[in-house]
Design a protein around this ligand. Structure first.
Ligand code: NAD
Length: 500
């Protein structure tokens, strides 16, 4: 019996508190402790107490994982891509089988309400599906480029690669990276957020059950030390990062300095532009779902509503809808005490600076324990306020008033982030004008969370991303592989030219 078979099923089927096994590293098909012997608690944000603990790794653990991955890579790269993809067909089936278990696990370690957790796992499954489909999309090219001379191009794996992920989507974000990387022939090391390490235990176990050879997927837990060791390790060829802009910038620079290909997705401050002809019901429901979903802890969440001209009728509907949400049932907790306090400070400060608190989420809780912040709407926010400038990463919507669509676009463009932006209008001309001018990589029309689903790639612009291309879709596959061009000739041509 392998050690992974001893990992028990996650038992919860409700929000009631349960404990779970400690999160150890998964290296070369074994659960192992970190060399430091150190652990930190993993909290259930709804209950505000530890459901597990996680090991803290450093350079020694990363080296151990890199060595195992390097060894596994040598045979994995020789497995035909169609066979590599079979593991992901199987993983999809296993994730569907264990959908409820995976979803409750996300709910308990991250805090999302169960419907949101389920949606996030389903989106992860969609990424697995894309990975499984790669043999149909990733065939190489061949062309006779000159008389008797043929050029072929195919995509070779890089070797050992790594991914670093944030707390807000414990299953989904690792699956933005790992299917393309592993189907592409690489061996992968995942460093999940130390706040939500448990989802990756299940992913490791399911990949083993799906038939992935040991050492092709490894998990190293921890924080800054583990990330720095990954950036510095000479056997790791490429790294993707998803997290805050501050850390994305640091990791991008450190990994690139060590010669790695880097793609680092950062934070966001998404602007939603509402014009007077917007459909009131659609806009209100959509804006509220965008800024309160996952308790506002999404990089695609609405953060600023740019109100163009007279749109008080829409704002009234947003205010009503946001006030109606039941905290604890329709809105989950925020990740930790520090987040709850940070949100409070932003609202207090905006109010002090003259913003009007239309809906006040301060002090409203979904349960006596845990970390909570209810939907909050601030009106009259101005550009000098931190509530406009900073990523609050909670269910707080800042309304900035402008007179024209051009002013709205200019405001959005002054925001250094560039993840997502949306426009709410019933006019095709206005929609086209705005979508062609906002500084964002993912733009919505009457959609507050404009996630480009597979096969389209996910990725922002400006301070929301360092590196080239998207993280999902074919860009992801290209990031994790390198094109090899082979030019051949098999006989001397009579009518020679410069290439013959
Ligand atoms: P974070 O930046 O604090 O942590 C992300 C990862 O980096 C974690 O694995 C963490 O252990 C590690 N880390 C933290 N500090 C570090 C440091 N100083 N040096 C090296 N590594 C470090 O992010 P978070 O709080 O876990 O997640 C929320 C953030 O992620 C938000 O800013 C959100 O917008 C962003 N996010 C972005 C996207 C996107 O697609 N652009 C998607 C999801 C989340």
């Amino acid at each position: 019996m392998t050690q992974s078979q001893t990992l028990p099923a996650f038992p919860a089927r409700s929000y009631d508190f349960v404990e779970y096994v400690p999160a150890k590293n998964w290296i070369d098909g074994q659960w192992v402790d970190a060399a430091s012997g150190q652990t930190i608690p993993v909290e259930n944000p709804r209950h505000g107490k530890a459901l597990s603990k996680v090991v803290l790794s450093g350079a020694e653990d990363v080296d151990r994982a890199a060595k195992a991955a390097k060894k596994a890579f040598e045979s994995w790269r020789r497995v035909p891509i169609k066979e590599r993809a079979q593991v992901f067909f199987k993983l999809k089936e296993l994730m569907e089988r264990d959908l409820e278990e995976l979803s409750w696990l996300v709910t308990h370690e991250n805090g999302k309400i169960i419907e949101e957790a389920r949606a996030s796992v389903l989106k992860g499954i969609e990424c697995v599906e894309f990975g499984a489909s790669l043999p149909n999309a990733a065939a190489g090219e061949r062309l006779e480029v000159s008389r008797g001379v043929t050029c072929t191009q195919d995509h070779e794996p890089l070797g050992v690669v790594a991914g670093i992920t944030p707390f807000n989507f414990p299953i989904m974000v690792p699956l933005w990276m790992m299917p393309q990387a592993i189907v592409g022939g690489n061996a992968f090391i995942l460093k999940p957020s130390e706040q939500v390490p448990l989802g990756s235990l299940k992913l490791a176990q399911l990949l083993e059950e799906a038939g992935l050879p040991k050492g092709v997927f490894n998990v190293v837990h921890g924080g800054v030390d583990a990330v720095n060791a990954l950036c510095d390790h000479e056997d790791i060829q490429a790294m993707a990062f998803v997290g805050s802009t501050k850390v994305a910038r640091l990791v991008y620079a450190r990994g690139a300095a060590a010669g790695k290909s880097m793609l680092c997705l950062g934070g966001a401050k998404n602007h939603l532009i509402v014009v007077p002809d917007a459909d009131v019901k659609l806009t209100a429901e959509n804006v509220v779902a965008s800024f309160t979903g996952c308790a506002g802890q999404r990089c695609m969440a609405a953060s600023v509503l740019v109100a163009v001209g007279e749109v008080d009728h829409v704002i009234d509907a947003i205010k009503k809808r946001a006030s109606e949400l039941t905290v604890g049932k329709e809105l989950g907790p925020v990740i930790n005490k520090a987040s709850e306090e940070r949100m409070g400070r932003y609202v207090d400060e905006a109010e002090k600076q003259g913003a009007k608190v239309l809906v006040d989420g301060r002090g409203k809780r979904g349960a006596p324990e845990g970390y909570w912040f209810a939907p909050t709407v601030l009106d009259g926010v101005t550009e000098d306020m931190p509530a406009w400038k900073d990523e609050i990463f909670g269910p707080v919507l800042s309304i900035v008033r402008v007179k024209t669509v051009d002013e709205a676009i200019a405001l959005e463009n002054r925001c250094p982030y560039g993840n997502a932006s949306s426009v709410y209008t019933t006019s095709g001309a206005v929609a086209e004008y705005v979508t062609g001018r906002v500084e964002a990589g993912m733009v919505g029309v009457n959609i507050g969370v404009p996630v480009p689903r597979e096969p389209f790639g996910f990725g922002g612009w400006n301070h929301s991303k360092f590196g080239h291309g998207n993280i999902t879709g074919m860009d992801g596959y290209r990031f994790w592989t390198r094109p090899r061009k082979i030019t051949s000739k098999w006989e001397l041509q009579q009518d020679s030219n410069w290439m013959s």
